[in-house]
Every structure is written in structure tokens, then in C-alpha cells.
Ligand binder design. Sequence first.
Ligand code: PGA
Length: 249
Amino acid sequence: MARKKIIAGNWKMNMTPSEAVELVNTLKPLVATEESDVVFCVPAIDLIPVLEACKGSNIQVGAENMYFEEKGAFTGEISPNMLTDIGVKYVIIGHSERREYFAETDETVNKKVLKAFEHGITPIICCGETLTQREQGVTMDFIRQQVKIAFLNVTADQAKTAVIAYEPIWAIGTGKTATTAQAQEVCAGIRQCIKEIYDEATADAIRIQYGGSVNAATAPELFAQPDIDGGLVGGAALKPDFGKIVNYK
Ligand code: PGA
């Protein structure tokens, strides 16, 4: 089955609302394609102006995080209803920066993934090893554990629509992209893990991105790999280069 590529920008903590609108207007014509799904994941305060600026275009909008409760005394958090109410379709869950700086665990990732599905939001579920883990030869063991816990109690039908982003931590924001072979090997391992949890049909349907210093030069080879269905792009998503990444062919 041919999977449609999904190329997502992760803006992280960049762009004020007015800068965000300007960036969307710059990128809109550069990322206009029906061949791949294009998603801009932006800071919470930018969601409404970015949704407005993306109206009528092919760009879909995602959040960078979400809480796993419906509402209540959780100062500073954003609920799934708040996202769906304004038309957000995707949410990044468990980015390594959230795991490192904001104490997210495999368990909170799982709760958020379940909540996202409950509300019809597609989670972009992040996983990835540290440099030490890679050197110790435990990369796949570690990632399999992250994936298995993230998908606890997720049904096969839900899993089929999920997006997994494989982001080796040592490649994020470092300019050090994983080699194509390294990225393909882990993405294939993740697909195998999904097949073991569910079945072949689910493994065939789920989309797996590579992330970590993706740029216009590395995207074509990475995205041509059989198990890499697009990318989660940080730094380069804030530049016109993102247009080249989206039109990588
Ligand atoms: P980078 O970030 O492309 O700047 O390495 C990727 C990410 O963290 O999603």
C-alpha cells in the first residue's frame, strides 16, 4: 500500500503571533502540493492566527503539546477540546525536549495519545535514542519500549492513522543528520514493532517520519527510503527551505 508522505514543521518556541502569520504567508506558495500532507505544528498562542492564515491552503495545523485531561485545575495547560474547537488536526506528543525539560514520561505520552485519539486529533508520537544509547547498542530496545508503551490500549484502527516520528536525540538541532541507512533501519524496526503489537495491515498503514536536522539537501534521500514516510522538521521549517523539503522529489 502506498502511504502518503507527511511532512511536518515543528516550530518549537519560535515566532510571535505576528511573525507566525508572516511566515505562513511566505511559506504558503512554497509548500502548495497535494502529493504530501503538510502540517505546521506551532506554539499554542500562534494556533488561531496560523489557522486563519492557512485557510484555503493545503496546510494543516498542529499543536506542539496537549494535556491528557478534559479540563480543570491544570494551570498553563491546553486541553484537547480547546484544540478541536479551533480546528487543530494534529498534535506532537512526547517530543524529546518535552521529555527532557518538562518531565514527560512514556506513561504521560500514552495518556496523551489515548486522549488525542478520543478527540479525533492525530498524534505525531516522538521517539528516539540518546547518543549514549546508540553507542551502547541499545537503540532498538529503547525505542521498542517507547513505542510499546505509547500504544498501550490504542486500537489497531487508531494506530493505523497515527504518525510516529523517529528523532535520534543526538541529531536534533545539531546539524548532524542520521545517515540514511541509520534512519531507515530504525524506522523499519519501528514498523516491525507495530506489526508485532497489531498486524501487518496496521504496520503497512502507519506513517513513520524521520526527524533531526532534516534539510533540503538530506530530505530527498531520507524520504525515498521504504520505511520513511516524511519528516518532522525543526530549524529548517522556519525558512523558505521548508518549501524545498516539502517538494523533495
Ligand atoms: P531539527 O529539529 O530539525 O531542528 O533538528 C527536529 C525536531 O526536534 O523535531
